[in-house]
Write a protein that binds this ligand. Structure first.
Ligand code: TTP
Length: 569
């Protein structure tokens, strides 16, 4: 027994309130509780199951440094409280020494030898084994991304890279030594991983989550049209709620006006059923204005996610010039059916020199030059409700559009889509169920294009006017919100790609952002090529490499093919 027992409670892994209660009870019983660990401590109370972890947590070299002390479980402390005095330490109270307590998982071999350098060379599934680490690292990434300027986003990228590596591991990480020599997991990320391995949480991440500045930045940057710079201005004005931004923000930017009016809608995750519904609606209108067009739901949904923040739809026609004027006609058609809430049409800024030009990758967006429409459309609430119901009965069937009879036909077309190349004919084959449709690239005759070109100019003009005004032709956002019917506002991007660029566009718009980033870096550094959503240029051969399937994009890059669901880095 000790003459003057001094207890130190190691906080890690002990729930905060429980710790407080324990300390109070002990003090009431005149027990001596040390605030800090020191050499006078006689008993260390811990939730850890081995003395090595305790030593590491205390910053000691090894468990041997604890030899003069009792390292005990909470059970001992509870027994003391019950007895009202310090009780002897029994065998069952003792925490084992690290050496005797190694589990099979802890001696798992290092994984470093098996991890390729670039995320585009690794399987990165949506569901993986290391979420407790990747969630933490992605909070650090977000924090760095919001805190620093665009020029200095390498810090954020370092956390993303570490997180991507962990997502690709085929087993849960159990010891830091397994990844000690892995490229892309830097010392800061390792420190966080180690802390989580030992304590279950990271103090740094917990502090960030509780940081009011971070909470406000997250809140404000979630508004459609608001980036970190503008969010910082709002904070500088002393605003901390969406209502304060609504009351004080005088921006004439249509995105911000509609984003603020429909903020709650737009920050409610879009479900898979809603995405399928939107795809079906757009398809019906595309069939009308651009028969024979091919459409793909891209972004996170194509990678297998069940929810997303928006719906990205890529549209192409196997006749290269057929797409000219199609987007304005599509938008007119959608608008005439009261589907569109607001939006902005952007003309293509693509020119061939872009294929070889060195463009710096932006931290937030992979800017491309496609003609596109960025906007908000209305989705009936019943789509969402039906989704919720099918969620309860059979969540694994979400991807199978069970919620809307109108969509049945679309679903059949959407599922199991597969594009195959036919190198000889410069064509692409699209499998739709049992049907196999060969889209062959044909020389365009501009007759249909020129026939519509006069009226098209009027359409362009009216759309351009509408999109450049502060409230694109659909009324005042606040008034529209006040009279909102039984629908929810959803963010939609419609992207038009020429046939010749389609499969590069498909890879680019499928993402993930990190997959694109790494594929582009890999192309540049390892292959002396330039990859974008518009194509691939090989500087060695001095020519562009065409692709008539997604697989061929990977082949051209000499990368193994990864299905969209394995590109979730
Ligand atoms: P996002 O819709 O921004 O991302 P996401 O679908 O992966 O995310 P979430 O689940 O939150 O909805 O973009 C889809 C993919 O398209 C993305 O991985 C990168 C790519 N992309 C471009 O290539 N160019 C662009 O301008 C944008 C906005 C995205």
């Amino acid at each position: 027994m000790y003459d003057n027992p001094i207890i130190y409670i190691l906080e890690a892994r002990i729930q905060r309130q429980r710790l407080k209660d324990m300390q109070n009870s002990a003090r009431k019983r005149q027990m001596s509780i040390a605030e800090q660990y020191s050499s006078s401590v006689t008993h260390i109370v811990t939730e850890f199951d081995n003395a090595d972890a305790v030593a590491r947590k205390l910053g000691l070299e090894s468990a041997r440094c604890l030899n003069q002390r009792q390292v005990v479980k909470l059970q001992w402390f509870a027994d003391c409280i019950r007895a009202g005095c310090i009780v002897p330490v029994d065998e069952h109270h003792k925490v084992k020494s690290g050496e005797n307590n190694q589990s099979v998982r802890e001696v798992a071999p290092p994984v470093s030898a098996r991890i390729p350098d670039y995320a585009c060379q690794r399987h990165t599934p949506l569901q993986h084994h290391n979420t407790k680490f990747t969630d933490a690292l992605e909070i650090l990434e977000k924090y760095a991304d919001l805190r620093y300027d665009d020029q200095d986003y390498s810090r954020a990228l370092a956390f993303r890279r570490a997180s991507c590596v962990l997502k690709s591991l085929s087993r849960p990480l159990s010891r830091l030594s397994e990844i000690q020599n892995v490229t892309h997991i830097g010392s800061h990320s390792q420190k966080v991983i180690q802390e989580i391995l030992e304590d279950g949480t990271s103090e740094e991440v917990e502090k960030i989550c509780a940081d009011p500045w971070f909470q406000k930045m997250k809140l404000f940057t979630a508004i459609f049209g608001i980036g970190p710079a503008r969010a910082k201005e709002f904070i500088a004005k002393g605003w901390s709620s969406i209502q304060e931004v609504r009351d004080g923000c005088t921006s004439s930017d249509w995105r911000i006006q509609w984003g603020l009016a429909f903020h709650e809608d737009l920050t409610t995750p879009v479900t898979r059923a809603e995405a399928d519904y939107i795809l079906g609606v757009v398809r019906r209108h595309v069939d009308r204005v651009l028969p024979g067009a091919v459409m793909e739901l891209t972004g996170g949904f194509r990678r297998g996610k069940q929810t997303g923040h928006d719906v990205d739809i890529l549209i192409m026609h196997p006749l290269e010039n057929k797409i000219i004027g199609a987007l304005p006609r599509l938008l007119q058609s959608l608008q005439s059916h009261d589907i569109v809430l607001c939006g902005r049409h952007e003309r293509s800024t693509y020119h061939e020199e872009l294929l070889t030009q060195n463009t710096k990758l932006s931290p937030r967006g992979q800017l491309d030059h496609f003609e596109k429409w960025i906007g908000i459309i209305k989705v009936p609430n019943k789509i969402r409700i039906k989704n919720d119901q099918s969620d309860k009965t059979s969540s694994h069937q979400l991807g199978n559009n069970k919620c809307n009879t109108d969509m049945k036909e679309n679903k059949d077309k959407c599922e199991n889509r597969n594009f195959q190349s036919d190198k000889n004919t410069d064509s692409c084959k699209r499998d739709v169920g049992n049907e196999s449709v060969l889209y062959q690239r044909q020389e365009d005759t501009l007759d249909s294009g020129s026939a519509i070109s006069d009226s098209l100019e009027d359409v362009w003009e009216s759309l351009d006017k509408a999109s450049s005004s502060s409230s694109p032709s659909h009324g005042n956002p606040r008034e529209v919100k006040a009279s909102q019917g039984d629908w929810i506002a959803r963010r939609v991007d419609l992207i038009i790609s020429p046939f010749s660029q389609f499969f590069y566009a498909l890879v680019g718009w499928t993402g993930s952002k990190q997959f694109n980033r790494d594929a582009r870096t890999y192309a540049e550094r390892e292959m002396n090529m330039k990859l974008s959503s518009h194509g691939l240029y090989d500087f060695n051969q001095g020519k562009q490499l065409v692709a008539s399937s997604e697989r061929e994009v990977f082949d051209n890059l000499k990368l193994p093919y990864f299905e969209p669901q394995d590109r979730n880095c």
